[in-house]
Write a protein that binds this ligand. Structure first.
Ligand code: HEM
Length: 138
């Protein structure tokens, strides 16, 4: 039976950056929802200001996800991806685009309905992209 080996340093850096950015982009959205009731009790504009502060962290994390995601695709090309792997990557790309669009429109929404719809698109799209990402590692 072959021994389980450590991953290389370069792969470790690539996946650490990708996962760290995912924790901020995806995990941050859940934390924001959890903090919302408390934020609302602190004043009428507290939730909005908190959302603005989160955006200054989450958007850089999103661009790190795109950049390290491209790095991931280049890095795994040598291993001849299967048709199923490529299909899952394609679905993941659609979800990433939906998540980004949802977050962008959530930031511009002015009605409660718009905030809820686009916030859900961002949260669900991001979570689904994260799950498919785990399956891509194989
Ligand atoms: C919302 C954005 C994204 C999230 C939340 C996300 C999340 C993840 C997660 C959690 C993993 C598994 C890492 C591991 O278990 O070590 C992963 C892997 C991967 N992601 Fe992403 N990702 C995102 C965007 C992207 C983009 C834009 C691309 C391509 C341009 C991409 C390509 C990949 C690839 C190819 C892997 C497999 C890497 C490997 O096997 O070494 N991801 N992603």
């Amino acid at each position: 039976m072959a021994a389980t080996e450590l991953t290389s340093v370069v792969t470790g850096i690539r996946l650490t950056l990708h996962v760290l950015a995912a924790t901020i982009w995806v995990g941050g959205q859940y934390v924001m929802v959890g903090l919302l009731p408390t934020a609302r009790s602190l004043g009428s504009d507290a939730a909005k200001r908190l959302a603005g502060a989160f955006g200054r962290l989450s958007w850089p994390a999103f661009w790190v996800l795109i950049a390290t995601g491209i790095w991931n695709v280049i890095a795994v090309q040598g291993h001849k991806p299967s048709a199923a792997w490529s299909a899952v990557l394609g679905i993941k790309m659609v979800l990433v685009a939906l998540a980004g669009l949802g977050a962008f429109l959530h930031g511009r929404a002015t009605t409660k309905r718009g905030l809820a719809i686009w916030g859900s698109v961002a949260g669900l799209g991001s979570t689904a992209a994260l799950i498919l990402g785990v399956f891509l590692v194989g």
